[in-house]
Design a protein around this ligand. Structure first.
Ligand code: NI
Length: 175
């Protein structure tokens, strides 16, 4: 079921979400199905449970070719529960980000270039990956939602925050 995505300003986006403790409960599978449907409906590259008002440490992400991120390399569809991120090295990259909770806007955000992430999939199986580029960026963006952090809070130069159609970033279309 497609759910309403909370927008910036809603206090529920600022909570530190709780870990998932049970993988045998049907509620988790319903949540994951709703998150999938909602992300697909909005052409998102990722979605975190707090964005639909659910206070749990669950994110999904992935894109084959996404009209909102036309130059991004493909990222496999991933369900990631109770994630932990570890940056590998101190290198950072700036990149343009949008967020379904900040519709119509983009900002230039620094993120770690390379990181390892671990967590659990929808059946409680372990995920352990080393990633870089757009994949690393998406994971950092989505996992920030679990700690109540929206991408504008990571920006260092607010002159590079604006409406997508006004910024006119090459290759990026408005959502
Ligand atoms: Ni977001």
């Amino acid at each position: 079921m497609i759910r309403e995505v909370l927008r910036m300003g809603d206090e529920r986006l600022l909570r530190v979400a709780r870990p998932v403790e049970r993988f045998d409960a049907p509620e988790l599978q319903v949540l994951l199905a709703d998150m999938h449907d909602t992300m697909a409906h909005l052409d998102g590259a990722g979605l975190a449970a707090p964005q639909i008002g659910v206070d749990l440490r669950v994110v999904i992400f992935g894109c084959e070719s996404n009209p909102r991120y036309p130059q991004a390399e493909p990222v496999p569809y991933t369900v990631l529960i109770n994630p932990e991120l570890t940056p590998l090295g101190e290198d950072e990259e700036d990149g343009w980000e949008g967020c379904l909770s900040v519709p119509g806007m983009r900002g230039l955000v620094p993120r770690f270039s390379r990181l390892r992430y671990v967590g659990l999939d929808e059946r409680g199986g372990r995920i352990d990956r080393v990633v870089d580029g757009f994949h690393a960026r998406v994971v950092q963006h989505e996992c920030d939602h679990l700690d109540g952090i929206l991408y504008p809070m990571r920006m260092r130069d607010m002159s590079l925050f604006g409406f997508t159609d006004v910024l006119n970033i090459p290759g990026v279309v408005d959502e």
